[in-house]
Ligand binder design. Structure first.
Ligand code: C2E
Ligand code: MG
Ligand code: MG
Ligand code: MG
Length: 280
């Protein structure tokens, strides 16, 4: 059979391309339907302060839960949502849901400073972003200082000078800003220092290989030291082992996030986790 296809290679090629395109179309239609049917859920992962070990906040992470099927990771649908522009509607829902959830947790007495929400490049580009964030905050009743928006280096660099204007507008409202996956986007801290940032999140690809890998250890230490020079708070993503935690504590990292503390949890599970973390 393979031989037959080989002779007429172009047919094989066409067919697999068509299959790919069909699968993409199916997935895109599925995403649209999922938005209408509210098949998305947020999971929440605690952010742990290394000075005192308290939970300082939580990151909201979206998942797709088609009924009766396995939950789908954002790695599998965020890229398509971005290509198709659906990310704007999805991201809007994520912001509303995360702010509403955070507000109800605060009302219940949970001690959390902030909810962090990932913002995609297309959302960051919206001219009405500032107004939209303000409306979502006022509708949910969440004070602006309780919201942190995570941007990537690429998102910021793609906007050039306008990035600074957009960020200043958000900061003026009292919202916090952080850089996600720092170290992967080829921007320099010298470049980033002109933006009104609060926090750097060191990408997990570096954290994964500390303390044993010299390169990773060197980069991580340097990012922490430079963040401190720039008076930015610094968080390490993807902390899984006590050795990583020791290393980061020793270097003066401010906070951590990772499976060592908790995986991202459904809202109810997170509330129970918080009850246990707070102790009896
Ligand atoms: P991210 O914002 O860098 O989120 C951290 C990712 O690392 C999460 O993956 C989290 O589950 C995972 N993680 C946390 N601790 C550990 C650990 O100790 N070890 C390992 N191996 N992984 C850890 P998740 O939830 O699959 O999200 C993947 C990415 O999808 C996010 O990376 C973010 O870029 C994107 N994403 C998630 N939710 C949203 C959203 O609402 N909007 C947008 N635009 N992007 C989102
Ligand atoms: Mg993030
Ligand atoms: Mg990250
Ligand atoms: Mg990441």
């Amino acid at each position: 059979q393979a031989k037959q296809e080989g002779r007429n290679g172009y047919r094989f090629y066409t067919r697999s391309l068509t299959e790919k395109a069909n699968r993409r179309l199916e997935m895109e239609a599925g995403l649209r339907r999922a938005l209408d049917l509210r098949e998305f859920v947020l999971h929440y992962q605690p952010l742990i302060s290394l000075t005192g070990g308290r939970v300082e906040g939580v990151e909201a992470l979206v998942r797709w839960q088609p009924p009766g099927r396995e939950i789908i990771s954002p790695y599998h649908f965020i890229p398509l949502a971005e290509e198709t522009g659906l990310i704007v509607a999805l991201g809007d829902w994520v912001l509303q849901e995360a702010c509403t959830q955070m507000k109800s947790w605060l009302d219940l007495g949970l001690r959390l400073d902030k909810v962090a929400v990932n913002l995609s490049a297309q959302q960051f580009r919206l001219s009405y972003l500032q107004e939209r964030i303000r409306d979502i905050l006022s509708e949910s009743g969440l004070p602006p200082c309780r919201l942190e928006l995570e941007l990537t280096e690429t998102t910021i660099m793609a906007r050039g000078d306008e990035a600074g204007i957009q960020m200043a507008a958000l900061k003026d409202q009292g919202v916090h800003l952080s850089i996600d996956d720092f170290g992967t986007g080829y921007s320099s801290l010298a470049y980033l220092r002109r933006f009104p940032l609060d926090k750097l999140k060191i990408d997990q690809s570096f954290v994964r290989d500390i303390p044993h890998d010299e390169g990773a250890a060197e980069i991580t230490s340097t990012i922490i030291a430079m963040a401190k020079n720039l008076k930015l708070s610094v968080l390490a993503e993807g902390v899984e082992t006590p050795e990583q935690l020791d290393f980061l504590t020793g270097r003066g990292c401010d906070s951590c996030q990772g499976f060592f503390f908790s995986r991202p949890l459904a809202a109810d599970d997170f509330r129970h986790w918080m009850d246990r973390a707070a102790g009896p």
